[in-house]
Design a protein around this ligand. Sequence first.
Ligand code: SAH
Length: 337
Amino acid sequence: MLKKNIKDLTLEELEKIVAVLGEPAYRAKQIFSWLYQKGAASFEQMSTISQTLRNKLEKKYVIGTVELSAQLRSSDGTEKFLFKLADGTFIESVLIFAQERKTVCLSTQVGCKFACSFCASGRRGFVRNLLPGEITNQILFLQHKLKHKITNYVFMGMGEPLDNFNNLSKAIMIMDAKEGMNIGSRRITVSTCGIIPGIEKLKKLNPQINLSVSLHAADDQLRDTLVPINRRYRLKELISSCANFAGKLTLEYVLIKDKNDALQQADQLAKIAKRLGAKVNLIPLSRVTGLDLEPTPGEETGIFLKRLLKQGVQATLRESKGRDISAACGQLAGKLK
Ligand code: SAH
């Protein structure tokens, strides 16, 4: 029988399993703390757990890890990690340094189904969902193996997090658990291209989490071409789904020359942002090989930003980091060069 990764289990699931093995529920909390706080790599290390229980766990489970295949460092300090998964597929995680912040950008799928016209992740299609343990292992590797003190967690790597809701929600529960990673929800951001049923589920799962919506266009006609899932989940419904989001809401808007950077489009964007009380994050387009799109020049970018600010919108221009190592927004493709 193929052994399962114990890190795919939430605390609640592990408590049930431990009970079936004839042990008190608090053992699950101890195991959790070994896995997520001490970064245990074997059941043998779990010295507060009886040998009998360790043996029973060993028979059914492995402590899965990710394997580092390559690590690149950008001239701006951003680091990209290429991880190999148990089935030989690859994912990427990015570590971004800014002032006191150390943000990790996490992948949730191998590839992506949504094929936004300017993004590298969707170009090679969809391979599979990541399991909860594969999501959290990206963090564990950086924390325990490389001793990074991470302050912020963003699901903005490869894949569409809300298209893998089940596993994402388990990973978030493990991140959130006091005996697990003990990360406050306010330090976690989920980014989506606009999967409305997923937004609805996220609201119920954790009302404190931050949400980023990759808007990129403020009218349906244009958004249909840039973010094709808009044909299924229209702007009006997307906006109403976001309207009562309790956590912090950000609208992402990548500026593409002559596509979505006219001032009239800034005005439409401002209207949506004000209606939602959302912050706007402008992102300079990162170059993706084979795509015939140009970033909006710096001067026009500044004018677009000012137009938003003048209307009372809280807007910032995101410095897209890690370009020289293809670690910037939309450049992750999960391959060995
Ligand atoms: N699927 C999720 C998570 C990916 S997040 C989402 O769409 O939100 C990655 C962010 O980078 C998204 O806002 C995405 O739209 C943006 N992005 C994609 N390609 C880009 C590019 N070439 N330049 C700049 N940003 C890009």
